[in-house]
Ligand binder design. Sequence first.
Ligand SMILES: [Zn+2]
Length: 441
Amino acid sequence: MRKCIDLESQPGFQNIYAPQMQQAIDRGLQGHSGDPKNIDWGYDLPKPQTEPIIRPGDIPRVEPKPPKPLDPNMPDPVNTTGSYWDTLFNRYAIQPVRKLINLFPNPTIQGGNKSLGSFNGFTGKGNWGRIKTPKGYGGYDIHVLYHEYGHAIDHIGGMLENDSKNPLKETSMELLDGMQKDGVKLGWIINDSAMYDYIEKNGLHFVIKGSRKMNIAKGSNKAKAESKMKPGDRFRIIEYLVTQVKKDLNKATLSKDPVKIRRAKDEVKKINAVFDADTKRQKDAQDFVKELVAISKQMKKSMPDYNETGMNEHIGAFTDIIDAISGGEIYDRELAEMSQNIYNLGSHGTHPSGYYSGRQTYAGSVRNHNMDTIMEFRRAEVWAQLFLFYAHDGGKSKNTQFLEHAKKTMPETYKAFETALQRLMAIPQSVIDDSKFHRHT
Ligand SMILES: [Zn+2]
């Protein structure tokens, strides 16, 4: 489980900032429900027994060995502080990325325990951001560092090009169109507006799982409706609506009013279409994860340094992309259905419930209060995961199958990512050295 972007750095979060709230949210993000029947969330999910994967929780901390001397002929060795982090890039990052790291101002990096993994764009030396990342957990160190450094490049690139510290000006803004196109094509984004139209028109009042009351007032828009939903509730509401519109139709039939009957029939059709689209999406996503699992297995077999290079974590990065693009809705249904399945997103890696939507976290608070914040998290994480795939050289066997799979399956998103990254790489050193960009130091 990773927070990735510090909560306190988010505009949406500042609106609700209070120490108790911070504590509650953090507890929720770290959290384990304690109920063994309850699926937990995030990177620390218990993985199904059939597929033992080394999770960060299983990796003992070992003090990293002093780095081996670099090949003196290696072009563009990362040389920021002569630190452990430089070594991780010099051992496994491709040359254009090493060059970019040298070109750009560097974020502050703090190493620590295995549960770390965050980027805060509002602090750090020179205000170029601060990464907190694990140190001493083998390949997992590489995995988290490259991801978080992806956030840093996104943020610093945005600052350099826009002379702005507005998080909404990050470079990853440019991914949104591609994410929408690929997401629709892959079936990860569906049109569920009929569900929210129904809620706005009628309100929603029913008892969930025999105990909890769901009360959403008539006239509530999507944001308001979502803010009432706990993890899993989105799908529970769709299920409920399928029965409810049938009841509405029976009532209309009794009234013998042809207008009411026609409207009720129309509603049945629309809500059933949402249910069917949602079900198809769940299957499409599982089929996609099936391919990812197959790729992982091939890599595990063929790569002598599969764990050592952190490539064993790439599948979780990919399922997190699906989680982001689907707005957490696929994962939400997994939580509602509580079925343990190796092809679930939650079996590999997602962000916590409520991270990619305006719905509640497990702690019962709402992280995102508007669409801008929601989309910011979605594209920032997709950017960071793509950067991870892009930056990694694939170890001894130069295995970059996940990168190739991302290019093939998400061509629009990838094209936007690569175009933006290449533009950042071409920023002249003189522009970066220009004093106006160092006004924060
Ligand atoms: Zn992240």
